[in-house]
Design a protein around this ligand. Structure first.
Ligand code: PHE
Length: 344
């Protein structure tokens, strides 16, 4: 029996020393020391031994168990440390690596331009108002002195939902709405930015949907010179202090007289070049003195009140300011184009 025990010990220690796998090590332990293990098997046979032999064999058996357990524990610890080290190495993070930059979005160029224009007019005491893009024929045309069948409607053909409902062709209906809301009781000083629609074929300078900002100032004693002064400030703040403006006669059904405003060309400073097509001037916006009929329909007595209005396209402003040559760039969401204009 003694030999049997020694053989078990020798085999167990040999196998423990050979294995490099924690799972296998556990199995080895069970094979030798478990309930059905070989050491236990031998001990079961001890009943057959004589009284004198029993303590001797018992002692040897204990030593064998201790030896196997000690060897197991030592190896187990070694393997656990090795496993941990391996894990630490494989999961190590190199804190010296540069971080991956997070992509940060920014306002669209058009949004920035609209905000810039808004800020400018807020600074001059204007309020910012908005109105519906699906508009009634009344507010889009009639209240602006464009009765049904007026030939000037041709300049602003649009998308109709019904005979009376359409996609607004300009932001002017917001002006008509505001005047009616204020009921002729207080002055109006507002700008209205927003999307507008026209039946246009899209090309480098036209789009069926674009943006407008219009301004309206109605009060007692508002004069053409107020319009000119306001637009002059706008042009200088937007395009540079050295810019000159000029007003040319024009026509809009809702203003009388009507004007078109040009700014001096920033490239040639007025002497004529490719950008200004040799004229020295670049057209920026339309405006004029609010037509008495429009004041009247808005609830303001034209004998008491007068006003000016102007309207511009932020796309055009942005194109001139940043040298963008295709209006479609504003709508196609090409990140390479847009991110050039993100302010840090
Ligand atoms: N609503 C005009 C347009 O879209 C622009 C404009 C506004 C002209 C106000 C004069 C006064 O063409």
């Amino acid at each position: 029996m003694k030999e049997q025990l020694e053989a078990i010990q020798a085999e167990a220690l040999e196998r423990i020393s050979q294995t490099e796998n924690i799972k296998e090590l556990q199995d080895i332990k069970v094979t030798f020391l478990g309930k059905k293990g070989s050491l236990t098997g031998v001990l079961r046979g001890m009943g057959k031994l004589s009284k004198e032999e029993r303590p001797v064999v018992g002692e040897i058996a204990n030593k064998v168990r201790e030896a196997i357990t000690a060897a197991f524990e030592e190896k187990n610890e070694k393997l656990e440390i090795a496993l941990l080290e391996e894990q630490l190495e494989s999961e190590a993070i190199d804190v010296t690596l540069p971080g991956r930059p997070v992509k940060v979005g920014g306002p669209h160029l058009l949004t920035s331009i609209v905000e810039e224009i808004e800020d400018l007019f807020i600074g001059m005491g204007y309020e910012v108002r908005e109105g519906p893009e699906v508009e009634t024929d009344f507010y889009n045309f009639e209240a602006l002195n464009l009765p049904k069948d007026h030939p000037a409607r041709d300049m602003q053909d649009t998308f109709y939902i019904t005979n009376e409902l359409l996609l607004r062709t300009h932001t002017s209906p917001v002006q008509a709405r505001t005047m009616r809301e204020y009921k002729g009781e207080k002055p109006v000083k507002m700008i209205c930015p927003g999307k507008v629609y026209r039946r246009d074929t899209d090309d480098a300078t036209h789009s069926h949907q674009f943006t407008q900002i219009e301004g309206l100032y109605v009060d007692k004693h508002v004069r053409m010179s107020d319009l000119k002064g306001t637009l002059d400030i706008f042009a200088k703040k937007m395009f540079g202090e050295e810019r000159e403006i000029r007003l040319r006669p024009s026509f809009f059904p809702f203003t009388e007289p009507s004007v078109e405003m040009d700014i001096s060309c920033k490239v040639c400073h007025g002497t004529g070049c490719n950008v200004c097509k040799g004229t020295g001037w670049i057209e920026i916006l339309g405006g004029g003195m609010v037509h008495p009929k429009v004041l009247e329909m808005g609830g303001y007595d034209p004998e008491v009140y007068s006003g000016f209005a102007f309207g511009m396209g932020p796309e055009r402003i942005a194109m001139l300011k940043y040298g963008v040559n295709d209006i479609r760039q504003f709508y196609t969401n090409d990140i390479r184009f847009l991110k050039q204009y993100h302010k840090a």
